[in-house]
Design a protein around this ligand. Structure first.
Ligand SMILES: CSC[C@@H](O)[C@@H](O)C(=O)COP(=O)(O)O
Length: 343
């Protein structure tokens, strides 16, 4: 697949001086449409609506968002304080994926060097993300083949950690892609991932496009699929990995991890090093995004729960390190469940 979730369109935007180009993930798989974003308001709205989503892609959005903020400040004649406030708004658009603020802070220190320096650094960051994803996928595939077996594997994944969630290639689905090149994928179970269906809409779209045998299952089926012995491993991405190996990822990952422990199969977390936050000692201090209850009490715009019911909608959960068999980054594989720390 050659689609990219996020790129820089050098001639886009209203002044023709550049814009962030987003593959609008709210419309997939039905429609493939792109958004040209050249204001901070529109970028923050796109991030909150999940038009662009997934930790590594949010890192790129953060870095390119600084360019958008600089261009807008120049267009509108805003001062430095207003520029910094706009950059802060990009950084804070979603709280859990550390990559968003990491991407912003990677390039923010270059603002005094000028817009071209910031843009170049942001594009370098995106290229480095793709390289990291490809390398971590090889490390993860090596680990899985060594620990689970040199045979076609049955893999369960949760949410979407594919090329749509990154600059390219993907993390958890990058591992599946790497295993595929080794003729080592038998079947993928993709959890649908309520309430916004990143698994059913996005992961299945990526797997179908590449002809990888798969099925979408409801999130509630995952534990039983694992405990019945229908999969050899679970491979997921991450939004933030704490120094002790605790992992924040899409809500439902913890249930997958508990079932893996019951079944005696590994949960492997695949993420670039930019998702590792050594300033976070453990998962208890990770802010979990809580989204609108209406995402749970309605489906496709139609109310499903009674009017009197509210929705509880944490977007992520934290899986303790003792349930994480392996974390694969571009730097190699560590084994938190065996006592390894990230830093
Ligand atoms: C490579 S993406 C890793 C994670 O960001 C992914 O698993 C996830 O939880 C995404 O959540 P989302 O709410 O869709 O941004």
């Amino acid at each position: 697949m050659t689609e990219r979730a996020i790129t820089w369109d050098a001639r886009g935007g209203r002044g023709g001086s550049g814009a962030v180009r987003l593959l609008d993930q709210t419309l997939l798989p039905g429609r493939t449409e792109y958004l040209d974003v050249d204001t901070v308001d529109d970028l923050v709205a796109a991030i909150r609506a999940l038009a662009v989503r997934g930790a590594p892609a949010l890192g790129v959005a953060g870095a390119l968002g600084v360019v958008v903020a600089m261009d807008e400040a120049a267009r509108e004649g805003r001062d430095r304080a207003a520029l910094e406030a706009a950059v802060d708004r990009v950084r804070d658009a979603r709280p859990t994926a550390v990559n968003l603020r990491w991407g912003v802070e990677q390039v923010r220190s270059l603002v005094d060097d000028g817009r071209e320096a910031v843009l170049e650094a942001a594009l370098d960051l995106a290229a480095a993300d793709e390289a990291a994803n490809r390398l971590l996928s090889r490390h993860a595939a090596d680990w899985l083949q060594e620990r689970v077996g040199h045979r076609p594997l049955r893999v369960l994944t949760h949410c979407n950690a594919g090329l749509l969630a990154a600059s390219a290639w993907g993390t958890a689905l990058g591992v599946v892609r790497e295993l595929r090149t080794r003729d080592a994928v038998e079947f993928v179970y993709a959890d649908e991932t309520r309430p916004l269906l990143q698994g059913a809409r996005l992961t299945a779209w990526e797997l179908a496009a590449e002809g990888i045998p798969h099925a979408v299952q409801v999130d509630g089926a995952a534990a039983s699929t694992i405990v019945r012995g229908l999969v050899d491993c679970a491979v997921v991405g991450a939004d933030r990995i704490a120094a002790n190996g605790d992992v924040a990822n899409k809500v439902g990952t913890l249930g997958v991890a508990l079932a893996c422990r019951e079944a005696g199969i590994p949960l492997l977390v695949a993420a670039p090093w930019s998702t590792v936050d050594l300033a976070t000692p453990d998962g208890s201090v990770i802010e979990i995004e809580e989204r609108a209850g209406e995402e749970v009490t309605a489906f496709g715009g139609t109310r499903t729960a009674p009017e009197g019911s509210s929705g509880f909608n944490p977007a992520f959960d934290v899986t303790p390190a003792r349930l994480v068999a392996a974390v694969a980054t571009e730097r190699g594989v560590v084994e938190p469940a065996s006592g390894d720390r990230l830093g």
